[in-house]
Design a protein around this ligand. Structure first.
Ligand SMILES: Cc1cc2nc3c(=O)[nH]c(=O)nc-3n(C[C@H](O)[C@H](O)[C@H](O)COP(=O)(O)O)c2cc1C
Length: 185
């Protein structure tokens, strides 16, 4: 038996509870159930206090490095970012800045974001997609944006959002032909 394919979710928020974490975990859970992935989800609080001072991966403590390693070793990534001033937060970018360009090359990445309202819904297209374009990763065609009113008690609670999440999860299939999934069982 081979080890299962790994899906890693990463939420670029320190908040607990967090709408971004809730969104990433929701997506990650459905995708993992559908494709049989082993699921892990982390946030910036898991990365911890050494991130701010780190100029390279070697400056991170063991906990932070473990999260970064999981992200770069994932077979599929679900990235979520809160929207800060129309973009991703600086600390989220700083975490991504520590990743070497070749570490995300050709990786399938589902990109998602949360924001207070709908005005910055295109931040997934104008901020997150080009960021992962730099890494030559495969961002999935459907990106997910959720605003405050898509959540109740930090749970995804919108049929339109759930439908869009379903479309994005369908798109993961292109990267994992049936025999690859079967081989990992
Ligand atoms: C510093 C800061 C800046 C923000 N800027 C925006 C913004 O430009 N557009 C927006 O829609 N929401 C903005 N928000 C709201 C957050 O994006 C929103 O509440 C998000 O869902 C929080 O995610 P979390 O619960 O995972 O931390 C901002 C929040 C903070 C704290």
């Amino acid at each position: 038996m081979m080890s299962r394919l790994k899906l890693v979710g990463f939420a670029g928020s320190y908040n607990r509870p967090s709408k971004t974490f809730a969104l990433v975990d929701h997506i990650a859970t459905i995708a993992s159930e559908r494709y049989g992935f082993e699921k892990r989800v982390h946030d910036l609080t898991d990365v911890g206090p050494t991130l701010g001072q780190a100029q390279r991966q070697g400056d991170l403590d063991a906990a932070a490095l473990a999260v970064l390693k999981e992200v770069v070793d994932a077979d599929v990534l679900v990235i979520g970012s809160p929207t800060y001033k129309g973009s991703y937060p600086g600390m989220f970018k700083h975490f991504i800045d520590l990743i070497d360009p070749e570490q995300l090359r050709a990786k399938p990445i589902l990109i998602s974001a949360t924001g207070g309202g709908d005005r910055h819904a295109l931040m997934v297209e104008h901020q997150l997609r080009p960021l992962f374009g730099f890494f030559m990763a495969h961002t999935l065609p459907t990106a997910i944006y959720a605003s405050d009113r898509d959540f109740v008690d930090y749970k995804v609670n919108s049929d339109a959002l759930k439908q869009r999440i379903g479309f994005a999860i369908d798109e993961i299939a292109a990267f994992f032909p049936a025999q690859k999934l079967a081989a990992a069982e």
